[in-house]
Design a protein around this ligand. Structure first.
Ligand SMILES: Nc1ncnc2c1ncn2[C@@H]1O[C@H](COP(=O)(O)OP(=O)(O)OP(=O)(O)O)[C@@H](O)[C@H]1O
Ligand SMILES: [Mg+2]
Length: 308
């Protein structure tokens, strides 16, 4: 397996060589977001590559955290893009691989995301690429993430530090890592880029989800669809959006995320767009989507046992 050797100091991204800009203060929203009655565990999945899974997972997590909620991100993609987006070096840290393969408790590998008071991450590392194959002969191979996550969440809850949201970022495949994520979650969030083959990909994902529902996790539902990299000027994007709305009126969040340069720039600086440029159109859209997700499944924040 390839091991990347860091070539530069701590304040330079190993991915891009660009300097990691320090985050200057995280805005706490004046109007906090509504906390859910119980922890909502989302798997962000779409086997199609490059549709905005990671971007959506990290920005929603950041936005909900800025809304005062306690959020955990699990980077289940060997590419480690979610870890990088939070400025975390996925190469040297122990992470989700050790949890899945070596039974290391999540509590041992969870890290705080710098500057966010309520945001934590279980990072990916390059070993994770081998996990897909290493998992095959293991006992209860589809349940390894679920059991580690439940143990971790319960311990946190008992310590008065309940997480409100968990986002699991999946690789672009429907292999054992994604199956582990679907088995561990209550809800699936599917980012859809409005292109010609988008809906075909969605039917395959739904078939997999139905199988997981039948055999591994009866409570999993496709609860949320987010349109990503949306270009309202193209007819195709509008047509696909209409189609999604027609077939998934309950699931679709009717706030498309625009294609926006600041969104794509942010990860090079080890940041989400929520901190990189909070007033840019992409950040505003992700913030609105986060609020809509919170509104759909929550209760007033002051009713929550706020001891964290
Ligand atoms: N709204 C947006 N505007 C502009 N660029 C975007 C936007 N959303 C995502 N991108 C860019 O598109 C690329 C793919 O996004 P992302 O990595 O989130 O997709 P993904 O589905 O997680 O990919 P993979 O399947 O490889 O994990 C990235 O370079 C990202 O910065
Ligand atoms: Mg990704």
């Amino acid at each position: 397996m390839l091991n990347f050797v860091p070539m530069s100091g701590n304040n330079v991204s190993h991915e891009t060589g660009l300097p990691i800009k320090p985050v200057v203060g995280i805005r706490r929203l004046k109007e906090p977001m509504i906390a859910p009655l119980k922890t909502r565990i989302f798997t962000v999945a779409n086997q199609k590559g490059g549709v905005g899974k990671t971007t959506t997972a990290v920005n929603l997590a950041a936005a909900l955290s800025m809304g005062g909620l306690k959020v955990l991100v699990i980077d289940l993609d060997p590419q480690g893009n979610a870890s990088t987006a939070f400025g975390i070096d996925r190469i040297i840290n122990e992470g989700v691989y050790e949890v899945l393969i070596n039974d290391l408790p999540m509590a041992n590998v969870v890290q705080k995301v710098a500057n966010f008071p309520h945001l934590e991450i279980i990072a990916a590392n390059s070993d994770l690429a081998g996990a897909e194959i290493q998992l095959v002969p293991t006992v209860a191979r589809e349940f390894r993430l679920q059991s580690a996550l439940q143990t971790f969440l319960l311990a946190k809850q008992n310590a008065g530090q309940r997480f409100d949201y968990v986002f699991i970022d999946c690789p672009p495949s429907l292999g054992l890592l994604t199956i582990n994520a679907l088995t561990a979650a209550d809800e699936v969030l599917v980012p859809i880029q409005c292109e010609y083959y988008s809906l075909e990909g969605l039917s395959l994902l739904i078939e997999t989800l139905t199988e997981v529902q039948k055999r591994l996790n009866p409570k999993i539902i496709l609860s949320t669809i987010v349109l990503t990299m949306f270009d309202s000027r193209t007819r195709l994007a509008n047509d696909v959006a209409e189609n999604v709305k027609k077939h998934f009126p309950q699931q679709l969040i009717n706030i498309p995320i625009p294609r926006a340069v600041r969104v794509s720039e942010a990860p090079s600086y080890g940041q989400t767009v929520m901190t990189y440029d909070a007033s840019s159109p992409g950040a505003i859209a992700y913030m609105s989507v986060a609020r809509e997700i919170a509104n759909r499944g929550g209760m007033p924040i002051n009713l929550r046992n706020e001891t964290a």
